[in-house]
Structure formats: C-alpha cells, structure tokens
Design a protein around this ligand. Structure first.
Ligand SMILES: [Zn+2]
Length: 82
C-alpha cells in the first residue's frame, strides 16, 4: 500500500512587495534636490541659509549665484485682487 501523500504546500509564497513610502519626500525648496534628513526640508546648510535669508529680508532674492530655473513669473498676482 502506498500511503504516502504528496506534500501539499500550505500557502503559495506571496511575492514580497517593495515597501513604498506613504508620502514622497519633499525636495529642497531652494534647489529642488532631495532633502537631507538632518537639515529637513533643505538639502544642505547653504540652502537653509538661503531660505532663512529670504525670510529675514522679505524678498526672494538669492545672495548666492544659484540660478533657479523654475521661477514662475506673476505667481503672486492674487494680492491686488480686492
Ligand atoms: Zn538645496
């Protein structure tokens, strides 16, 4: 008598899904590079300085010679709406 049953697998192995982060990391607001965890949300101390300088002076003028290609002209036109 052949009493041996073939071993049936209990469950098929699920393919491991790559863990996706819930929300995408915010890039550096200054140069749009991936931000450093330590200096969040900036990528470097220099960019943090630039942003701080912007707040202090109240103008969006960059003291460093870093060209910002994606500046949208007329973005704050909503001010004189009323
Ligand atoms: Zn940066």
């Amino acid at each position: 008598m052949d009493n041996q049953k073939p071993v049936s697998p209990a469950k098929p192995a699920k393919p491991a899904k790559p863990a996706k982060p819930a929300k995408p990391e915010r890039p550096c607001p200054i140069c749009k590079k991936p931000s450093a965890q330590k200096l969040h949300p900036f990528c470097s101390r220099r960019c943090a300085d630039v942003d701080l300088n912007r707040w202090l002076t109240g103008v969006y003028a960059i003291p460093v010679s870093d060209p910002e290609p994606d500046m949208i002209p007329g973005e704050d036109d909503h001010w004189g709406d009323r």
